[in-house]
Design a binder for this molecule. Structure first.
Ligand code: SAH
Length: 459
């Protein structure tokens, strides 16, 4: 973050605008809308601007005394020297100053705004691309109905009442989300505020009407945030607490609600920050506190994710939950690496196996894995790569069967290392792939060279 976004209260405060043309008029207009009193200083001032209520026009060249009494300053002249002078003098007095289109001279910048007062959305690219900012604003403009203003005003009207009735902050937030996402909001948006109010009062009448805690077991996909589902994203924005582990990529964790509590629960190989039983208990405890808990897991929660164990505990404790599938590593990684898992020329079936058994050994059905015309995807297998290759050869798979290790698939660090059953262990030793890695065995691996796509800088 290059700038701290804040909303300033300028009601009845004096703000100085230096400049008297179109740009100055626009800036003064925003200040006036926010309730400020505006002093405009310029040798020539646009008539319309000068004539507005709450505008004090000073027809003169700018000088230091014009800053007296001001709480905020905007320079909007087309003379850089004047703008520089304004900026310098204002900053010497610790007054916040904005110079239009000249970030170097600014102590604050003005965002693009979407006004649904009292609801207000401010946009900024920190000067990187004002056009992009405006495009984004345009998109959201169409998404947020005009009468959101009305909804915000309604919420404001009942804010205090709800605060005194629902004293637990977590419950209060849930109360408001139910109100603002459900029928109450619908009524307000269609203009029927009296029905909306009746419904709100009914919700307030009993604590039981306020939703209990619940758990969302959500698959976050293999790494690239673009591979999240819409539902995952919606729940990520809604949860009060996020419980996540190692496999969930940082950009995805950062897409969860800003003020949600984030709890990291491990696990790297052999380094379990919390044991599985402790995670299960944690989920139960948080939900019982009335929180909406997002259990965010890499890939798909039901594929080697122990998601099943987590919801078994929830079910036993009668805690509501939902499971959101994610793109599992095999699927995401194969797509990004250009390895179609069941290409008809090479495979009739595809197996997902784990290379990491409960007791640390690799005791797989080698005969089944070694059959021709199939693809084998091994999760958590890097540690046992040597055993894997040796056993497959021992059970009749040709030594020159193609095999790939994909490191951190779908992320910027994706790397595909290919070889054969005979050569890959040696290659991997040299290349030292970084976790997480997925192993793919079978003829389809040869397609990687032909079909790989991804960032041009892919290693
Ligand atoms: N539930 C997850 C798998 C959890 S097991 C899923 O559906 O994908 C963890 C293993 O998944 C890792 O050891 C690795 O083998 C694999 N894995 C997960 N994300 C990966 C990624 N981005 N690239 C390569 N392998 C990945």
């Amino acid at each position: 973050m290059n700038y701290l976004p804040i909303f300033a209260d300028v009601r009845n405060k004096l703000c100085l605008v230096v400049g008297g043309g179109e740009v100055a008029k626009r800036k003064a207009g925003v200040l006036l809308e926010a309730g400020a009193k505006v002093r405009v200083v310029a040798p020539q001032i646009d008539d319309e601007l000068a004539g507005q209520k709450n505008v004090e026009s000073v027809v003169a060249r700018f000088e230091a005394s014009h800053l007296d009494g001001a709480t905020l300053v905007i320079a909007a002249t087309n003379d850089r020297e004047v703008n520089k002078l304004v900026s310098g003098l204002a900053q010497a007095r610790n007054l916040p100053v904005n110079v239009v289109d000249d970030p170097e001279l600014c102590s604050f910048i003005m965002p693009a705004i979407l006004d649904r007062s009292p609801l207000m959305v401010a946009f900024s690219s920190g000067g990187a691309s004002p056009v992009l900012t405006r495009l984004l604003r345009g998109k959201l403009e169409t998404l947020i109905p005009q009468n959101y203003s009305r909804l915000a005003a309604f919420a404001e009207r009942f804010r205090e009442l709800v605060k005194t009735r629902v004293t637990n902050p977590a419950k209060r937030r849930i109360f408001w989300e139910n109100a603002l996402e459900g029928v109450v909001a619908e009524k307000v948006l269609t203009g029927d505020e009296s029905s909306a109010e009746a419904m709100l009062q009914q919700m307030l009448a009993s604590e039981d009407n306020i939703q209990r805690g619940e758990v969302y077991l959500v698959g976050a996909g293999p790494g690239d945030p673009d591979l999240l589902t819409f539902r995952a994203l919606r729940l990520m924005q809604k949860a009060d607490v996020v419980v996540y582990d190692n496999l969930v990529s940082k950009p995805i964790v950062e897409m969860t609600r800003r003020d949600a509590q984030r709890i990291f629960v491990g696990k790297k190989r052999d380094d379990h920050t919390l044991r599985q039983e402790e995670i299960n208990e944690l989920l139960v405890r948080l939900a019982k506190e009335g929180k909406r808990v997002l259990r965010l897991k890499g890939g798909d929660p039901f594929i080697f994710g122990r998601g099943g164990e987590e919801i078994e505990t929830l079910a036993a404790e009668n805690i509501p939950f939902q499971v959101v599938p994610g793109i599992t590593a095999a699927s995401g990684v194969a797509s990004y690496a250009g390895i179609p898992l069941t290409h008809r020329d090479y495979a009739q079936s595809c197996m997902f196996v784990t290379g990491n058994l409960k007791d640390g050994t690799m005791n797989l059905d080698w005969a089944a894995l070694s059959r021709p015309k199939q693809t084998v995807v091994v999760y958590m297998g890097l540690h046992g790569l040597n055993t894997l290759c040796a056993k497959l050869i021992e059970h009749g798979m040709p030594q020159d069967t193609p095999i790939a290790i994909v490191q951190q698939g779908t992320t910027q660090n994706q790397r595909v290392i290919t070889g054969t059953l005979a050569t890959l262990p040696g290659i991997a030793e040299r290349e030292k792939p970084q976790a997480p890695t997925l192993i793919i065995v079978g003829g389809v691996v040869t397609l990687h060279k032909k079909l790989a796509w991804f960032h041009p800088q892919q290693k």
